[in-house]
Design a protein around this ligand. Structure first.
Ligand code: GLY
Length: 383
């Protein structure tokens, strides 16, 4: 019997587990992939790792913006503590983000964004085309304008995942990789553990893992796990939204100094010389195959603002599934089933929201009280 059993060892599950383990709470994380598998299925592995509450801000989600900015503020300390526990870097970079317009239409869209940011007192700066090229010299000659978001940064999401795995175990957490949860064990109306089996094994190989509390951080798969029987009332309206990405190899002649994005695409330069380009946004169920159209869109939209990418070697392509809720906001906290909790639905901002989610959820599980920061994200808002 463990105190807290977390289903899902992506960055969200591991980060909450790590904070709990640091606080002395006996915690087990169940993860269906193994660490050295070629392509983990979690959204964190596919993510470009932008920490971009300003450039991702919509016009109608003040709660998302506030939570995102709070999480960004937490990042430096969160990363430092994590790197200390894990003994390895998470690749946090703080050069800011350039949001470029590919044409006049996009410049008009950027202008509206900027005016909105000004009204909110955000530190975004307007740049004409020449000023934008001074800041990021590889922007093409036809870029008419850009914004600079000086506080929108990036972290290497795969390094983050690896560091969390190590830090969680170093702090005494139990990580059961290669184990897949098949259903929550509910006893007398209360979550009492999870039925699980080795990934890919038949039903007969099931084992019950007992727990005092169960937290489901299974991303896009959360709803499938909870939809039937005694946990149906806890199943959040969360679906997968596919993103296709690719990596180019930067050259000494073309190395970006900032994250660069447009309305449709983003390019994230990594320390190891890769330039991560993402991402499509597709309603494709659980299909993670790459498509010709997806790659075409990513390359064409990137090339429009950064023509120099034409000659860069293409290293890799991959796709992942963002867990997106009905209203696009995370689903965090308790459920109608006693002892059963959720942390999912982070959509486009899972990497950004990891520190704030981890601290708030660990607090909730340790004290039984939900911090104010996560009240707007309760499952009960869906009725
Ligand atoms: N964070 C950007 C995306 O989900 O594509």
């Amino acid at each position: 019997m463990t105190d807290v059993l977390i289903v899902g060892g992506g960055v969200m599950g591991l980060a909450i587990g790590w904070r709990l383990a640091r606080a002395g709470v006996e915690t087990t994380v169940l993860e269906r992939d193994v660490a050295d598998c070629d392509r983990p299925s979690g959204a964190w592995w596919a993510a470009a790792g932008m920490l971009a509450p300003l450039s991702e801000a919509g016009f109608d989600d003040p709660h998302a913006l506030a939570f995102g900015r709070a999480s960004l503020d937490l990042y430096p300390r969160f990363a430092a503590e994590l790197e200390e526990d894990a003994g390895r870097s998470v690749g946090l970079r703080t050069e800011g983000t350039v949001i470029a317009a590919a044409d006049r239409d996009e410049a008009a869209w950027l202008r509206r964004q900027w005016v909105y940011h000004q009204e909110l007192g955000l530190p975004t700066q307007w740049m004409g085309g020449d000023e934008a090229r001074e800041r990021e010299p590889h922007l093409g000659p036809r870029v008419p304008a850009a914004l600079f978001a000086p506080t929108d940064h990036q972290v290497d999401s795969r390094l983050l995942g690896a560091a969390l795995r190590r830090a969680f175990v170093a702090r005494g957490g139990v990580l059961r990789e290669g184990w897949e949860a098949s259903r929550i064990d509910v006893d007398g109306g209360r979550a009492a553990g999870v039925w699980a089996r080795p990934s890919g094994a038949e039903d007969g190989a099931e084992e019950r893992i007992g727990a005092r509390r169960v937290l489901v951080c299974a991303g896009s798969w959360t709803r499938l796990l909870l939809a039937d029987g005694a946990t149906a009332t806890a199943a959040p309206p969360v679906r997968p939204v596919k993103g296709q990405l690719l990596a180019l190899e930067m050259s000494p002649l073309l190395t970006l100094a900032h994250v660069v994005r447009t309305r449709r695409v983003y390019l994230v330069p990594r320390e190891d010389g890769r330039l991560v380009v993402g991402a499509t946004s597709e309603e494709a169920g659980f299909d993670v195959r790459m498509t010709a159209g997806g790659v075409l869109d990513l390359l064409r939209d990137s090339w429009e603002v950064l023509p120099g990418i034409y000659d860069l070697p293409l290293l890799q392509t991959w796709a992942g599934l963002r867990p997106v809720s009905r209203d696009g906001l995370p689903v965090l906290g308790a459920t109608p089933v006693d002892g059963l909790y959720l942390a999912t639905g982070h959509g486009r901002n899972g990497i950004l929201l990891t520190p704030a989610t981890a601290l708030a959820m660990a607090d909730l599980l340790a004290t039984g009280r939900a911090p104010d920061a996560i009240l707007p994200f309760a499952l009960s808002r869906f009725g």
